[in-house]
Design a protein around this ligand. Sequence first.
Ligand SMILES: NC(=O)C1=CN([C@@H]2O[C@H](COP(=O)(O)OP(=O)(O)OC[C@H]3O[C@@H](n4cnc5c(N)ncnc54)[C@H](O)[C@@H]3O)[C@@H](O)[C@H]2O)C=CC1
Ligand SMILES: O=C(O)[C@@H]1CCC=N1
Length: 263
Amino acid sequence: MKIAVIGIGNLGSSIANGLIKNNTFSLYLSSRKASSLEAFKGVENVKTTNDNAWAVEQSDIVIFALQPKHIDKVLAEVSGKITENHIVISVAAGVEIPRIESIIGSDKNIMRVMPNTAISIGKSMTCIAANDRAQDKVSLAQDIFNQLGTTLVIPEELIQAATVICASGIAFWMRLVRATTQGAIQLGFEAHEAHQLATQTCFGAASLLIESGKHPEQEIDRVTTPSGCTIEGLNAMEHNGLSSALIQGIVASFEKINQIKKN
Ligand SMILES: NC(=O)C1=CN([C@@H]2O[C@H](COP(=O)(O)OP(=O)(O)OC[C@H]3O[C@@H](n4cnc5c(N)ncnc54)[C@H](O)[C@@H]3O)[C@@H](O)[C@H]2O)C=CC1
Ligand SMILES: O=C(O)[C@@H]1CCC=N1
């Protein structure tokens, strides 16, 4: 399978690194900025270029990892090279499938895929939506992205929400981990110890839910001793609006992505 990635920034390089670790793909990485390609030069099965059209011509699957403000121009530039056999994948936030179809044609296989930066270590939560033409290609996309984490196929209307929960979500969880670390330092741990305690506890909490399939509140009940310290801490956090702040942040992020969609 030959995969081109157009735009090697934060997400494009994360996708490339994940695909390289997998070692089953030939990659064509194209970017305007030569410096972003440096790290990939000489890597087995990877070719780098600044010629987007050439990368498209070499590939079966093309992933456009460009900012929303750049994607229209680049799609138009390479449109003549995109065939009915290509699978065109956009990870650009807020850029809807009809907008892509209007540039390259609705007779092309088009998918909106929303991974997160954990794709670089094979741990992305990736949501996938496809146009009518590409419905029979969705399982192929799932096979690829399942090798880089976990996938969920969703209707396109939910991709904006998935962007907030899964892609922006990495930043939201990082802040929670950082705050826990700051708390641990205040309680007397060295910074590196605080970091280890916070990340491993976060990992354990997520693993408990993933492996048991339980609701978070069931696990919380197992930790909260009556009149104990956990419920004291939880209630103080809620008095200060922990859940409310998170939900408001998610909704604010969703409102913003819906503005990007209109631009
Ligand atoms: N950073 C993240 O965690 C996530 C980002 N996204 C979306 O992915 C897209 C890319 O985001 P980032 O990687 O953060 O942006 P970025 O700005 O880091 O990367 C974009 C890359 O595209 C290159 N580029 C610009 N014009 C080009 C052209 N004409 N030809 C070839 N390359 C060109 C730039 O040099 C840059 O390296 C955005 O649409 C964003 O909404 C989606 C999910 C997560
Ligand atoms: O912040 C953003 O707009 C992009 C989309 C999701 C993650 N990064």
